[in-house]
Design a protein around this ligand. Structure first.
Ligand SMILES: [Zn+2]
Length: 437
């Protein structure tokens, strides 16, 4: 049992905040404080002092490419068209080797960076799968890396121009190896989820979407893809004479089990169709802005009752996996494409909104029975002095802030700004030894 005491404010969910204590037991949030009837799973009650701190649900990064953490700010990838970005990144991948070892090192870096900045669950849309490679070994390397640090992982067997049959066979093999005998795509302890996801209609054929969709249906997996990055619209028009969402609809990928990242420059008509389809969305402004793709109209999407989560996307475009920073960015840029986005709504996107797209109702809030994934943000320093609203201040004040403590499934994984299960310097040195950066 773990009791968080004395918090300045506890954000339970989008509509509820309170002060006082928060009790975690058996990996979940306990209602009404410390049970005194002997029902606690452990007689040991650790106390975590949260005075001067705001407590929030753990952040859920709904769209990342962890592998790209090894390839940040590569020369030739900034301010360039996608047609130049893709081969530059591909050459860098080939140079380093798309191996389980590099994938694990990059995933350790990305997961550690996430945990240290409050991301307790990350969805890794992995897109680098050399033909003929041991894809189960790559997937296992990534999932083991996340587990070793105590973070929750949603591993998405992506595809980017993969052979459709090979991609589907690989997805099937990964599910059999990592979640044997499980329907629904989530491990019993909730620490690993598997999903499938072609990179988009600009890269993958109808056959890939259909075959990966069949794997998802067979195992009850969520489906994820990307759409309406500006290049996606251009290529869809050139190749098919259609808009990306028209193609996704034809290919059976506008449905409630699908989450679509990016969604820049969607039209009013498309928003109506998206809402009717039941899809969820992931906003990724930290990627879309530097890549020049535009700004997704998040307020219009939310107004249409579409669940909108938040993702950083990967190190090839964003370079940081700091989801709270991107929640701040989302709030700052929203007025350029519609009504302003409230700080609490941006935090809700980075928690419950992302969790909704993953089909994980136990994540992204701190109501009784929720997964005990918690961030404790110290707001007692000068960067927060003078702040009237400590919850809004999480975004408005102190850009780049990190949580003092992070808890996943009731276990402290970051304590006093340090990883509990690994040494940050070792993780950094290991990647450096492999790729020279
Ligand atoms: Zn992306």
């Amino acid at each position: 049992m773990l009791t968080i005491t004395g918090a300045t404010r506890i954000v339970i969910d989008e509509n509820t905040e309170r002060v006082g204590d928060l009790v975690l037991d058996g990996g979940v949030v306990v209602a009404g404080g410390i049970p005194n009837d002997g029902s606690a799973s452990s007689s040991i009650n650790e106390i975590l002092d949260a005075s001067g701190c705001v407590v929030t649900p753990g952040l859920v990064n709904a769209h990342h490419h962890l592998f790209q953490s090894a390839f940040r700010t590569m020369p030739g990838t900034r301010g360039v068209p996608m047609a130049q970005w893709l081969p530059t990144m591909a050459a860098a991948y080939a140079d380093a080797g798309i191996t389980p070892e590099v994938a694990a090192a990059a995933a350790l870096v990305g997961t550690a960076e996430g945990l240290l900045s409050g991301v307790t669950t990350v969805a890794d849309h992995h897109l680098a799968w050399p033909s003929g490679s041991d894809t189960v070994a790559i997937a296992r390397a990534v999932t083991d890396a996340a587990r070793s640090l105590g973070g929750r992982l949603v591993f998405v067997r992506g595809s980017a121009r993969d052979d459709p049959q090979e991609a589907a066979a690989s997805a099937e093999a990964i599910v059999s190896a990592l979640l044997p005998g499980i329907h629904g795509g989530i491990s019993a302890d909730g620490m690993l989820q598997l999903a499938v996801g072609p990179a988009g209609v600009h890269s993958d054929s109808r056959e890939t979407f259909e075959l990966l969709g069949e794997v998802a249906a067979r195992h009850g997996l969520r489906r994820r893809t990307q759409a309406n990055e500006q290049v996606d619209v251009v290529i869809a028009l050139e190749r098919y004479g259609r808009r990306p969402l028209d193609l996704l609809e034809d290919w059976g990928w506008l449905a409630p089990d699908v989450t679509i990242a990016h969604l820049c420059a969607v039209t009013d008509d498309e928003i109506v169709r998206l809402a009717a389809s039941g899809i969820s969305a992931t906003h990724a402004p930290g990627c879309d802005l530097p890549m020049g793709w535009g700004i997704a109209p998040v307020m219009a999407l939310r107004a249409a009752d579409i669940a909108v989560g938040l993702g950083t996307s990967g190190g090839g475009s964003n370079d940081a996996g700091h989801l709270l920073a991107d929640a701040r960015l989302a709030m700052q840029v929203a007025p350029l494409v519609g009504p302003p986005l409230d700080a609490r709504d941006a935090i809700a996107m980075a928690t419950a909104g992302s969790a909704a797209g993953l089909g994980r109702p136990e994540l992204g809030h701190l109501r009784a029975g929720a997964a005990a994934d918690v961030c404790i943000w110290d707001v007692s320093g000068v960067a927060d002095a003078g702040v009237a609203d400590p919850v809004a201040g999480l975004l408005w004040a102190s850009p780049g802030r990190r949580p003092r403590h992070v808890i996943v499934a009731g276990r402290v994984v970051v304590r006093d700004y340090q990883l509990v299960d690994a040494d940050e310097a070792d993780i950094t040195a290991h990647l450096h030894a492999l790729v020279g950066r």
